[in-house]
Design a protein around this ligand. Structure first.
Ligand code: NAD
Length: 452
């Protein structure tokens, strides 16, 4: 008898398995593909490996001369980029499998079939369990007209076709995946078109944040069609002809590839549906990650809520503690968002577009006034803080900068623990570092910015 059987070894599933084991529980985890889920195999990890190559290539081209480094010729080798990516993905999988062994977690490579709320079948074995965690994950969304045409890629297909990146490439969807892939491809000099349905790419971000990214993409020759939709696609031999419509105009785009990045949908197989858990787009849970069935929990993308690896991991931890008898609740108010664009974007808390201007102070500090940025020859980006006018608490932070995705943790702690402008102004920020743009924005909110 197991305490918990977990279905799906992505970030939500594997983290909850380890924490349950640390809490003394007997755990089995069942995975039909590779451990690590979308993040390790087809998402966060491989895209960041690609972006490391692209970023270095870009930096050599754009900065070496200025930095006094003579580079006679620069070229990239897609085979070696692919080798690097494959090695990192493989290391990540091995690392997770090692952690399963270390924590005495039974890892079963099979397709799980839920028999009833206390039994799960894996291959021909039936596991008896007190609890089940559903961590089946998500898959790329694909709908008409895109599913009617052969050969259209989703992010899943991109990695297996890396050696066939003939351009132009049309990216449909200017969200997080679309922009990260566009950043990689445009850095390698590929001709890219982006078609985005909403008013602007990265529609959930503030406009000033988006402008910084857009400027860089446009400089690299990317053509961006916002408020446009794809009406029709035809394929003639190796060329796709897409008719897109926006602002009353119809434009024709010819491309060699089409990458669809229009969101993801949860994977909810029939056995989960039959179980009787409440489903509304995704599997519904309370803040303890418990479904409407007492001993069934759900974490990660199967919930169809915030589809982020770090959210899935934390949901996995919350589920584990609740299964172990505690009462631990998810807090979604301070989820950091990170986008590996160029420059990077990271945000937490309330954004300017969603704030009441009567109640907040918005203060920005530009990278151009930061000493470390100067030494890096970086000119584009800023930190923008939102401060509650009456309490002076930090309620939101947006950063557009190199390493923004690392620097956001200062904002996460500030927003989560209700820190005020004084708290952060009294915390000495190391000099010269990019973190001083955060300090600068906070000082600005108090009318006391030193460096601007
Ligand atoms: P997304 O929701 O971020 O973006 C999809 C974009 O496609 C939106 O901007 C939407 O307006 C647009 N769109 C939808 N239908 C369209 C159409 N017919 N034509 C043109 N545009 C259309 O989704 P995604 O980029 O596919 O990413 C999927 C999930 O993976 C998201 O939850 C995302 O947060 C997550 N993810 C996160 C990271 C990260 O944290 N760095 C990286 C990659 C993916």
């Amino acid at each position: 008898m197991y305490n918990t059987v977990i279905i799906g070894a992505g970030p939500g599933g594997y983290v909850s398995a380890i924490r349950l084991s640390q809490l003394g529980k007997k755990v089995a985890i069942i995975e039909k593909e590779h451990v690590g889920g979308t993040c390790a195999n087809k998402g966060c990890v491989p895209t960041k490996a690609l972006l490391s190559s692209a970023h270095l290539y870009d930096e050599i081209i754009s900065k070496s001369n200025k930095f006094g480094i003579n580079v006679n010729s620069v070229a990239y080798d897609i085979n070696k980029i692919d080798d690097f990516l494959t090695a990192i993905v493989s290391q990540t999988r091995k690392g997770i499998e090692f952690l399963f062994k270390k924590n005495n977690i039974e890892f079963i490579k099979a397709t799980a079939e839920i028999v009833d709320k206390n039994h799960v079948q894996a291959d021909n074995i039936i596991l008896e369990t007190e609890n089940i965690i559903l961590a089946h994950g998500s898959e790329p969304a694909i709908f008409p007209p895109f599913n009617k045409i052969d050969g259209i890629w989703t992010s899943d297909d991109f990695f297996t076709n890396l050696k066939d990146l003939s351009d132009p490439i049309l990216i449909v969807g200017g969200g997080v995946i679309g922009i990260e892939f566009a950043t990689f491809l445009a850095s390698l000099g590929k001709k890219i078109y982006i078609v985005e349905l909403m008013d602007h790419i990265l529609p959930s971000e503030d406009l000033d944040v988006v402008q910084e990214i857009k400027r860089n993409l446009l400089r690299k020759g990317v053509e961006i069609y916002e408020k446009h939709r794809v009406m029709e696609i035809t394929r003639n031999d190796e060329i796709y002809v897409s008719k897109i419509e926006g602002n009353g105009n119809v434009t024709e785009i010819k491309s060699s590839k089409i990458l669809l990045a229009v969101g993801r949908k949860p994977v909810i197989p029939d056995d989960v549906k039959k179980l009787g858990v409440e489903i509304n787009k995704g599997v519904k849970t309370d803040l303890n990650m418990k479904t409407n069935i007492e001993n069934i929990y759900a974490v990660g993308d199967i919930r169809a809520d915030i589809m982020l690896a770090h959210v899935a991991m934390y949901e996995g931890i919350v589920a584990a503690h609740n299964i172990a008898g505690e009462d631990k609740k998810m807090d979604y108010s301070t989820v950091p968002n990170v986008i590996f664009s160029n420059p990077e974007i990271a945000t937490v808390g309330i954004k300017e577009k969603d704030a009441n201007p009567e109640e907040v102070i918005v203060s920005k500090f530009p990278i151009s006034a930061n000493a470390r940025a100067k030494t890096m020859n970086e000119k584009n980006g800023f930190a923008k803080v939102l401060v509650d006018k009456s309490s002076k608490k930090i309620i939101g932070l947006s950063i557009v900068s190199p390493n923004a995705t690392d620097m956001i943790m200062e904002g996460v702690l500030a927003v989560k623990y209700g820190l005020s402008t004084n708290h952060l102004m009294d915390a000495i920020h190391p000099h010269p570092t990019l973190t001083e743009i955060i300090l600068g924005s906070i000082e600005g909110a108090e009318g006391k910015a030193i460096h601007i």
